[in-house]
Write a protein that binds this ligand. Structure first.
Ligand SMILES: NC(=O)c1ccc[n+]([C@@H]2O[C@H](COP(=O)([O-])OP(=O)(O)OC[C@H]3O[C@@H](n4cnc5c(N)ncnc54)[C@H](OP(=O)(O)O)[C@@H]3O)[C@@H](O)[C@H]2O)c1
Length: 335
């Protein structure tokens, strides 16, 4: 099969595209003919071997990539609930014993013509959801939905603040806040063009945090009240300002630390405003089913920055490193 892989950890130049042996499905697994895949920050960390994301415990060549959608080609022994020819999308967080595995990081990935995944992680796609749309969903919509809806229980009459609105997770969180919760949404991002793109996506207010004081601007927009819920995929850089922007009873969800792991925590605000701080990591396969249904009903849609053929994955790694994108990179697979 053709695949995107690395022979060592490194920069975008370490990304190879070429021929590797076809994988075979193990017990309970299916062999998937991948039609589309998408990129996440985790793919950059895995390629570089950063932040604990070591490829397949050091076994090379390592096929990169988690998010994918395609057609079930073959069932492994005992694989249930799917049939050959089914169109599916995959939850890349595999609940396996003795430890969960992340497709494309702790095991061989899906940026390839073929991939093996547990049948239990595949969700059937309705006809009106394309492979490209589906592949852009799992790793960004699972934490966004899990944080905003399952944990924070964001309501219609509330306001959410989405940090780093242009990230894959940020664009998903905006969709969930507006399309699923029906809440008011303020987005924070790092440039004027990205702020304009966030407004076009439907946010009520977009703040360029490089040009404006985030906490002061949120206070102004909310008439001094603050926001009810924060979704933060980037951590250190804006944590203090975003945490200070919450109103009493606010809920603060962290799902990433792109800008750094360590932040101060104002314990006085935490207890006196009765705030809740929580973390989320991905989500269940039944939640992915709900997300697919929401796309099928037109409540949410993945935001795709650029679509490239699988053979150009290295260019996608290079461009994603520059962080000038708004939304997701999708890789399509021929044949
Ligand atoms: N917990 C989970 O389940 C989960 C799932 C998916 C991703 N994540 C994490 O969430 C974060 C976002 O993932 P993603 O795939 O959506 O990322 P992405 O699309 O690559 O996000 C890039 C954006 O992050 C923002 N950013 C803020 N500080 C940055 C910095 N120091 N360097 C680079 N970018 C910075 C910028 O957006 P603005 O210009 O708009 O600020 C940038 O354009 C990552 O840390 C990832 O590991 C966690």
């Amino acid at each position: 099969m053709k695949a995107v892989f690395i022979l060592r950890h490194g920069g975008p130049g370490a990304v190879e595209f070429g021929e590797l042996p076809d994988p075979a499905p193990g017990p309970g697994e299916v062999l998937l003919r991948v039609k589309a895949a998408s990129m996440n920050r985790l793919d950059l960390y895995t390629r570089a071997g950063l932040r604990g994301a070591k490829a397949s415990d050091g076994a090379f060549p390592h096929v990169l990539g988690g998010d994918c959608a395609g057609v079930v080609e073959r069932l492994g022994e005992g694989a249930e609930g799917l049939a050959e020819g089914d169109r599916v999308v995959v939850n890349p967080l595999l609940s396996l014993k003795p430890a969960p595995q992340m497709l494309g990081t702790s095991r061989q990935g899906s940026h390839a013509e073929l991939a093996t995944v547990p049948a239990a992680n595949a969700v059937r796609l309705p006809e009106n959801v394309s492979f490209e749309q589906a592949a852009a969903l799992p790793t960004v919509f699972l934490p966004a939905w899990s944080a905003l809806i399952e944990h924070a229980q964001l309501r219609r009459d509330e306001t959410a603040l989405v940090i780093s609105a242009s990230s894959g997770v940020g664009t998903a969180a905006i969709q969930v806040a507006k399309g699923v919760a029906g809440a008011r949404c303020i987005a924070a991002t790092s440039s004027g063009p990205k702020a304009r793109a966030a407004r076009e996506l439907g946010v009520d207010y977009a703040i360029n945090y490089e040009a404006e004081d985030l906490a002061a601007r949120v206070r102004e927009i909310t008439y001094g009240q603050g926001v009810d819920v924060v979704l933060d995929p980037t951590g250190a850089r804006l944590f203090d300002a975003a945490f200070a922007s919450m109103r009493p009873g606010g809920r603060y969800g962290v799902c990433g630390v792109t800008s750094g792991y360590k932040a101060g925590l104002h314990l006085g605000q935490l207890f006196s405003k009765r705030l809740r701080l929580f973390g989320v990591y991905m989500g269940s396969t039944s939640l992915l089913e709900e997300i697919v249904r929401a796309v099928s009903r037109g409540l949410i849609r993945p935001v795709v920055h650029k679509t490239l053929p699988l053979s150009e994955a290295r260019a996608a790694h290079e461009e994603m490193e520059r962080s000038e994108h708004f939304g997701k990179f999708v890789l399509t697979v021929e044949g």
